[in-house]
Design a binder for this molecule. Sequence first.
Ligand code: 3PY
Ligand code: MG
Length: 250
Amino acid sequence: MNRIRQVWAEGRSAVVGWLHVPSAFSAEIMARAGYDGLVIDIQHGAASFHEAHEMLRAIELGGAEPLARVTANDPGEIMKLLDYGCYGVICPMIETAEEAAAFASSIHYPPQGRRSYGPRRPAQRYGAGYVAMASETIVSFAMIETELGLVNLDRILAVEGYDGVFIGPADLALALGHPPKPDPDAPVVVEAIRHIRERAHAMGKKVGLFCADGAYAKARIAEGFDMVSIAPDSTLLVAGAKASLDAARG
Ligand code: 3PY
Ligand code: MG
C-alpha cells in the first residue's frame, strides 16, 4: 500500500520531506531518516526530469514513498513520472475546477481518467495486477496558492478523482499582498490557510501544507492537516553547515 495512505489509514498525519538537491545519493539517505514520503520538487528544485527518475528509485530503496511536485499541470510530465515510480503528485497553481479535473484525469486509467498505459516501474513493484490497483497506489494533491484558486476553492474541491489540496504559503502570501514566506504569521494569510483546511475537510478532501519549521508543522498537524512537509534538504544543509562553522569559529 502507498505509505501515505497507510499513515492515513492508521489515523495519523503524514510528514514528508522536500528535495531541492538533484542527487539520488542524498535522496536515499534522506529517505533512510524515516520520513513517510519525500517530495522531489521539480518545479522549484534543481532536479531535471532524468535526475528525478533516479531519485524516485533511491527514495523507494531508502524506505520512503516517492512523490513529486511537478512543474505544471502537464499530463505528459505527470504520466511519465507515474510510469517511473512516482506514487504521489503535487500539482502547482490549480485555479479552476476544469484544471482540477484535468489533473485528476492524468492520475487514473480509463474509465475514470485518461492515463496512458506503460507502467514500467510500478508493474515491477506491484506485479501483474497493477492496473486494477493503480489508483490506490497514488496520492494526488492540487495546490491552492493563488487568488483565483481561493475564489474557486469550493468548485475545485467538488471535483472528484484527486485526494486533496496542498497549500503553498509563499505564493498564497504573495497573492494576498504579503511577502512570500513559509510558516506565515500575517493574519490574512493565516486566515486563508485555516479557511482552505476547513473547506477541504467539509468537502471530504485531504489537506496538506508546506512548512519549514518542525514545531510549526507539529502545530498544524494538531489542527488536523493530513500531510505536512518540513524543511527542504537545501535548508537543512545550510543550517547544518552554519552550525558546524559557528561551533568551529566560536
Ligand atoms: C509555496 O509556498 O508557494 C510553495 O509552492 C511551496 O514550495
Ligand atoms: Mg508555490
